[in-house]
Design a protein around this ligand. Structure first.
Ligand code: MG
Length: 158
């Protein structure tokens, strides 16, 4: 199941390593020795959660259906044009970050503004035609993985 989700993300131009790079950037000030492998492990552990997998599947399905112009009116136009007031892409992404406490939610807000790395590329539609849900999902996975690492570090230092 986890591999299916990794394959699904890859089919939309997103690699686990690219999400891990955002996680490392986010955590660098707090954990300067954090490796890309540790970040990839954190991303993969987020992707192993069933709720996360459901959120990813749902969001990507809507992006793909919008690309194929198969959504009902007026949703088709709203999702295809990434209407700023739609907001359901963020709501779905919160389903991922909410499981990782306030650090997850704060990280998500930060990433959503900064649009670093792969998130920026998705937002600029450099990959696929419609990424309305995917950019928020990727930001949420990165935010969750980053929160997970933050919680682990706190445990270790006690
Ligand atoms: Mg979006």
């Amino acid at each position: 199941m986890s591999q299916d989700i990794i394959d699904l993300l890859r089919s939309r131009g997103v690699e686990v390593k690219e999400i891990a790079e955002i996680v490392r950037e986010l955590q660098r000030p707090y954990s300067p020795t954090l490796t890309i492998l540790e970040c990839m492990e954190a991303v993969e552990s987020v992707i192993r959660k069933r709720e996360v997998q459901y959120a990813i599947m749902t969001g990507i399905a809507l992006d793909v259906l919008a690309e194929q112009k198969k959504l009902p009116y007026p949703l088709q136009e709203i999702i295809e044009k990434d209407e700023p007031l739609y907001g359901m892409d963020e709501v779905l992404a919160f389903g991922i970050t909410n499981m990782y406490g306030t650090i997850g939610i704060t990280n998500f807000g930060f990433l959503d503004k900064q649009k670093r790395g792969i998130i920026g590329q998705l937002n600029a539609n450099k990959k696929n035609h419609v990424n309305t849900f995917l950019d928020d999902l990727v930001a949420a996975i990165a935010a969750a993985a980053s929160a997970k690492i933050a919680h682990q570090c706190r445990k270790l230092s006690r």
